[in-house]
Write a protein that binds this ligand. Structure first.
Ligand code: SF4
Length: 324
């Protein structure tokens, strides 16, 4: 893998999505969103598990087969031919050797449907070449998600959905922030500060979990800090993976607007309220009321709000809130 660049967030990606000619037919599946948009913010670390396992290119296409010995990675046989070789052990060997080197990653974008990289809905066949089910995961993807359960992982195809895209990118920035405080030597103060900065994001994603997370940090002496932090981030990342509904955004923005009640002029307050209502009706995108809320915060400089990542969860230039 390439050496990391200093300032961008390190993200793993299926190599074919970056345009690497590593597919079974010698082709690629270049994702323009990854290479032309996200590459401004993410330092992509390409990885092709099938090439890493030594399968070379061109090669026979692969598929997953359910057998007595579990799920196997095998070449897709031509019609009327017997099942051929079995590459499961080679793939598992590669996976074992490479996963430890992926700890620095803050997210992973995977190629859909692949028997190695597919995150979900990968076809599983029986030994007679019949589809048994459509709910498998590629061998590499499955191992990645088990080894790093809080790592944001998404498929390239799902990034075409505006809500899933926004959710994945928000999770990457959230998780990157978390990793930075852990890498800097986690302290009780840093953990509490992280929670404070992300409170409104967590509230927007999952109100029930938000209410659990605060009490988890109420007494940081009751258990080792590392254990509390692992429990915290496990729950927090789960909450962050929930898509924020428009109603939840309305709730959080109204909550924020409450902080301005005494200090903002009446017509500014009215404008914020009108645009929150317009967003709730679906007349304007989230960026409209959010910009007014941010401008109000710029004027008032309320210290607690000034620290909330909810107002600035990722770079504006990504334009994600223009589409929600
Ligand atoms: S889907 Fe994964 S294994 Fe297949 S070519 Fe792309 S990177 Fe390689």
């Amino acid at each position: 893998m390439d050496q990391p660049l200093p300032n961008k967030i390190q993200i793993g990606v299926s190599g074919c999505l970056l345009g690497q000619q590593v597919r079974y037919d010698g082709g690629h599946k270049r994702s323009r969103y990854c290479t032309e948009v996200l590459s401004h913010y993410f330092d992509f670390q390409p990885l092709c598990p099938e090439m890493g396992a030594g399968l070379g290119t061109p090669r026979q296409a692969m598929h997953l087969v359910e057998t007595d010995k579990g799920i196997r990675l095998r070449p897709t046989p031509k019609a009327d031919k017997e099942q051929g070789d079995d590459y499961t052990d080679m793939m598992n060997g590669f996976i074992c050797s490479c996963l430890g080197g992926l700890r620095h990653l803050r997210g992973f974008i995977l190629m859909p449907k692949s028997p190695s990289c597919g995150m979900e809905r990968v076809r599983i066949y029986n030994e007679n070449r019949q589809v048994l089910r459509h709910n498998g995961s590629g061998l590499f993807a499955n191992a990645l998600m088990h080894r790093f359960p809080v790592l944001p992982v998404e498929e390239a195809g799902r990034l075409n959905d505006q809500r899933l895209r926004e959710n994945f990118i928000e999770r990457v920035f959230f998780y990157d922030d978390w990793c930075r405080i852990v890498d800097d030597k986690l302290t009780p103060a840093a953990l509490l500060d992280f929670h404070t900065r992300h409170k409104f994001q967590l509230l927007a994603h999952d109100q029930a979990t938000y209410r659990e997370l605060g009490p988890m940090l109420a007494n940081l002496k009751v258990n080792p800090l590392k254990q509390i932090a692992e429990n915290y981030i496990g729950k927090a990342m789960q909450a962050m993976s929930r898509i924020v509904s428009p109603g939840a955004n309305v709730n959080v923005m109204q909550h924020i607007a409450g902080y301005f009640r005494d200090e903002l002029e009446a017509h500014d307050r009215a404008m914020i309220g009108e645009q929150i209502d317009a967003y709730q009706r679906g007349d304007v995108p989230l960026v409209v009321p959010m910009t007014l809320v941010r401008n109000a915060q710029r004027k008032i400089r309320q210290p607690y709000l000034g620290r909330q990542d909810y107002l600035h969860p990722y770079p504006d230039a990504l334009g994600l809130r223009n589409e929600l």
